[in-house]
Design a protein. Structure first.
Length: 479
């Protein structure tokens, strides 16, 4: 009789679990890529380590000028509806950047010890696991607000700083381990949140990285107008696990204020969106192990879209993302979220990873630039084709006789020669075919007419730049 009650209890429990509604979402993506002349210079001699000022990328073993690789994305997102007031959401993935490249291991790359460029926004909180839990949180629907508790993704504005990674082909996501309270009052949406970004090292306050903030968004659908501001404070303790690119030592205490302004307005067929991230505070020992540096960085991003009709759409985007000038008392470079990209080749890839397998080819950020992009998109019933032209120049360059900052290496150096600010002109073409509602096939091209910025090597004989192009073909399943 005793065993009968045990079995009955287990059966009832199992039956209640099976009865819970579960929605399965996710994404599986495969692509093949070829980048010609990835170093963007004519030379096949590796002088990338000669000095901190050179813009050369390391030459891989075998002195091969072209890079060729295949990559994948795997995301599985179950949503469990417990009852009318509670939902549980999780996201499972593998490898680094929601996947990896064919032939590599499934462990995470270049992120166990975040560098300065990723220190303010640790968009990936997982460690070296073959199976990663990138989200695991509960949503509680109350009369006063909606509450999220656990590991959750977040998004703001154009996704320049906070990007939830839910768009197709996304390889990163801004993650909060904490609690968010979402209040809706008329046309206003107010979020209050507290999150612990990291406690790597120990479980005391000495190694903690945390962020707390509030976002207020006014969204009037009738007038097709939205305006909002996000204000947050990001703090790291003295033993926090963030390393300086300059010293390879811990940054120490940081205290950064984030003010991110967002605007969206539609006038008939024309829509404009603007995001302005402003950051200030103290960045810790960014340059030396003994002196704290101030932090003051900014960006202005503008997206303009004109939808002529159901077939044709034109866009004109532009932006400025601040760089650093190498002066030790202040750090001014802003690194946007790696999901926010402006071209198929320029800024898109971490080209250091071509010769260094410990890095991720997709850990790359838009920084130190002013750019303009004009594009035309044609939509048919099942396919679309977009052609774009991008021009970009550097915000900060080396000047002879002054200190400068290499944004690729994260190192300061004494400049002996002037550097040009021309990053180049790129032509992109993207084609996609929707085989059905879930499956998309396509390909893309990016051709970069390389600017003289990449010729700089801080010597009297700069490199000769060489044009580069990328070809990609992909298959994507999103459900």
């Amino acid at each position: 009789m005793k065993n009968f009650f045990k079995i009955s209890t287990i059966a009832c429990f199992a039956s209640s679990i099976v009865a819970l509604p579960i929605d399965w979402h996710g994404e599986v993506h495969f692509d093949t890529n070829k980048i010609t002349d990835f170093r963007r210079i004519d030379s096949v001699v590796d002088n990338s380590a000669v000095n901190n000022g050179t813009q050369e990328y390391a030459l891989a073993d075998g002195k091969i000028a072209n890079a060729s690789f295949q990559s994948y994305i795997f995301k599985l997102r179950p949503e469990i509806i417990v009852n009318d007031s509670t939902t549980i959401i999780a996201e499972l993935t593998t490898g680094s950047g929601y996947g990896g490249t064919f032939g590599d291991s499934t462990t995470k790359k270049d992120g166990t010890n975040p560098r300065l460029s990723t220190g303010l926004y640790t968009f990936d909180t997982v460690r070296s696991n073959a199976l990663n839990v990138t989200q695991a949180y509960a949503i509680f629907y109350a009369d006063t607000a909606t509450y999220k508790v656990g590991r959750q993704n977040t998004h703001w504005g154009l996704g320049a700083l906070h990007n939830n990674g839910e768009a197709q082909f996304s390889r990163h996501s801004t993650i909060r381990d904490g609690i968010t309270a979402d209040f809706k009052i008329g046309n206003f949406n107010i979020d209050l949140y507290y999150s612990k970004i990291s406690s790597a090292g120990n479980l005391t306050k000495s190694s903690r990285i945390k962020e707390s903030g509030v976002s207020i968004l006014y969204n009037n659908l009738d007038r097709e107008f939205g305006f909002g501001i996000l204000y947050a404070k990001n703090k790291a303790s003295s033993e926090a696990n963030i390393l300086s690119d300059e010293t390879s030592a811990k940054l120490g205490k940081t205290d950064v204020k984030i003010t991110d302004i967002y605007l969206r307005k539609t006038y008939g067929k024309f829509t404009t969106e603007v995001e302005v991230p402003l950051l200030s505070g103290e960045i810790g020992n960014a340059y030396t192990t003994t002196t704290n540096s101030n932090y003051k960085a900014r960006a202005v991003l503008v997206h303009n879209t004109f939808k002529l009709n159901e077939r044709h759409q034109f866009s004109l985007n532009g932006g400025m993302v601040s760089g650093d000038d190498g002066v030790n008392n202040s750090f001014n470079a802003l690194y946007l979220h790696p999901n926010y990209q402006v071209a198929n080749l320029l800024f898109k890839y971490n080209l250091n990873a071509v010769s260094d397998s410990s890095q991720n080819i997709y850990d790359s950020y838009v920084t130190n630039t002013t750019f303009f992009k004009i594009a035309h998109r044609y939509d048919s019933v099942n396919w679309s084709w977009t052609n774009s032209l991008i021009y970009a120049k550097a915000d900060e360059v080396a000047k002879a006789g002054e200190n400068a900052f290499n944004h690729n290496k994260g190192k300061t150096f004494a400049a002996s020669f002037d550097q040009k600010d021309d990053l180049g002109i790129e032509f992109d073409s993207d084609f996609s075919y929707n085989w059905n509602a879930s499956v998309t096939f396509g390909g893309s091209l990016g051709y970069l007419m390389t600017g003289d910025y990449f010729a700089y090597n801080n010597t009297a004989n700069p490199n000769v730049v060489k044009d580069s192009y990328v070809l990609q073909a992909f298959a994507n399943i999103k459900f």
